[in-house]
Design a protein around this ligand. Structure first.
Ligand code: ZN
Length: 457
């Protein structure tokens, strides 16, 4: 054997080893990690109104011990994970972006051992860490989603789920957030295997369990249909695990967190759950943005205070308050500047929105600005872009100032919207200033003052 051949073979082996070890990572996503967390929190709260949650410490503690072990020993990225048990016969579990997870009692009963149950949890946790839900929504909706989630919308809902509902995306089990592609399934399986092995669960059990359930679903077993409609099979899972075995960390697979058979008996003794509406219908639809006949008198004291957060600081009028729950950006408005609607939705009549979005690759400021403007115009009643964007400089960074108009939440009035977008390389920061047309002359100098104080950290 020539030296060269040996070198090629060694190289080949190294490449193979590297490929096997390479774990999937989160892909392109228009949502920030904080927005995943916020969305999941809201979706979970909404969903729980329809779920028969199990109020039994023995069962919930057991599932939490398994889940936390997978997170901790599996070295998964930090999220505010929690695990709740749902009294429901179908063999299913599901997780929302940012970590909330729900495990059906039917799944616990169907699992032959703890590793199988842990396998489904590890698979779901992998979807959370890889951010598959919001990645898919990002791809499907493109930049339309930006303005909706970024500013919690001028004239839109004040919540993430409200913003998504305006795009026709609910948070139910059939939502685009929870239906995964085959590629996502393959990645969730792969990360799930490694997570299991690190946490001391045999990954083969995950594959065996999935294949057993798949066989059941082929026999039209309705109890497993829901899982496979949102998690399509990526092909032979047992084979995939067997191929991955050389790259999995070795560990002892014996330890359990409790007695699964005992848990099954406890499940059998649970009282019947109270009747609830059928899950799966999805989130509530947001109506048209709220409007009012009142026109508030907003006073300006001339005093300013400083906002600091998200890598930026700027001055804003004293007495204005934070609106909404968007953790990535901030909306600041005077009292009376926000028109409340039903179900937590609101429209901004006066105020400032500051937020940032990740660039897709290298930031193209004018292109990404146009996408933001189009999205704002589409998602605000009567919205349109006025004239061309002009180049300015904000804290020594290239920026664009653009003007728009839309229907004001103060009925019968139009509003002026000034949008400033700033090129910060990996991110585009944007600042949106809103006021009704009839009051714009009074607010313009204030908004200019705010703009001059913007500093990045
Ligand atoms: Zn899946």
């Amino acid at each position: 054997m020539s030296k060269r051949l040996v070198a090629i073979m060694v190289l080949g082996a190294l490449v193979l080893l590297a490929q096997g070890k390479k774990l999937p990572r989160p892909g392109w996503n228009l949502f920030s990690k904080q927005q995943d967390i916020q969305l999941g929190k809201e979706a979970a709260a909404q969903m729980e109104q329809q779920l028969a949650l199990v109020d039994n410490r023995e069962l919930t503690d057991y599932v939490n011990r398994i889940g936390q072990r997978l997170v901790r020993d599996g070295q998964l990225e930090e999220y505010p994970y929690f695990f709740k048990v749902v009294q429901e016969d179908s063999i299913n579990a599901f997780a929302f972006p940012g970590g909330p997870m729900y495990v059906h009692t039917g799944l616990m009963r169907a699992a032959e051992n703890e590793a199988q149950l842990a396998g489904v949890l590890a698979h779901e946790l992998s979807h959370v860490v890889l951010r598959h839900g919001t990645a898919q929504v990002s791809k499907a909706q493109g930049f339309q989603i930006l303005a909706m989630i970024g500013g919690a919308a001028l004239g839109g809902g004040g919540s993430m789920t409200g913003a998504l509902a305006q795009l026709g995306i609910g948070v139910g089990l059939n939502s685009a957030l929870m239906k995964y592609s085959r590629n996502a399934e393959r990645d969730a399986d792969l990360l799930g295997m490694h997570t299991m092995a690190r946490a001391g669960y045999n990954p083969l059990e995950m594959a065996r369990f999935f294949e057993k359930l798949e066989a059941e679903s082929g026999k039209q077993n309705k109890l497993v249909a829901a899982f496979f409609s949102s998690h399509p099979s990526p092909g032979s899972r047992v084979k995939a695990v067997e191929q991955e075995i050389p790259y999995l960390p070795r560990s002892d697979y014996g330890r359990t967190e409790g007695d699964l058979n005992g848990m099954k008996q406890t499940i059998g003794r649970l009282p019947a759950p109270a009747k609830r509406p059928q899950p799966g219908a999805g989130g509530g639809q947001a109506g048209p943005p709220p409007q009012t006949d009142q026109r508030p008198q907003i006073q300006l004291s001339g005093r300013m205070r400083q906002f600091q957060g998200g890598g930026v600081r700027f001055d804003y009028p004293d007495g204005w308050e934070r609106v909404g729950t968007d953790q990535n950006g901030v909306t600041l408005a005077p009292r009376g500047g926000v028109v409340q609607g039903q179900g937590g939705s609101y429209s901004l009549g006066y105020g400032i929105i500051a937020s940032a979005v990740a660039a897709e690759g290298r930031l193209n400021l004018s292109r990404q600005t146009q996408q933001l403007l189009q999205s704002l115009a589409q998602n605000n009643p009567g919205g349109r872009v006025e004239g061309r964007s002009e180049r300015i400089t904000i804290d020594r960074s290239n920026a664009l100032i653009s003007r728009m108009s839309a229907d004001s939440p103060y009925r019968g009035a139009r509003e002026s919207i000034v949008v400033i977008t700033v090129d910060r390389r990996e991110q585009m920061y944007y600042f949106i200033f809103v006021s009704p047309d009839y009051d714009y002359k009074r607010f313009e100098p204030v908004y200019q003052q705010v703009t001059q104080t913007i500093r990045f950290q």
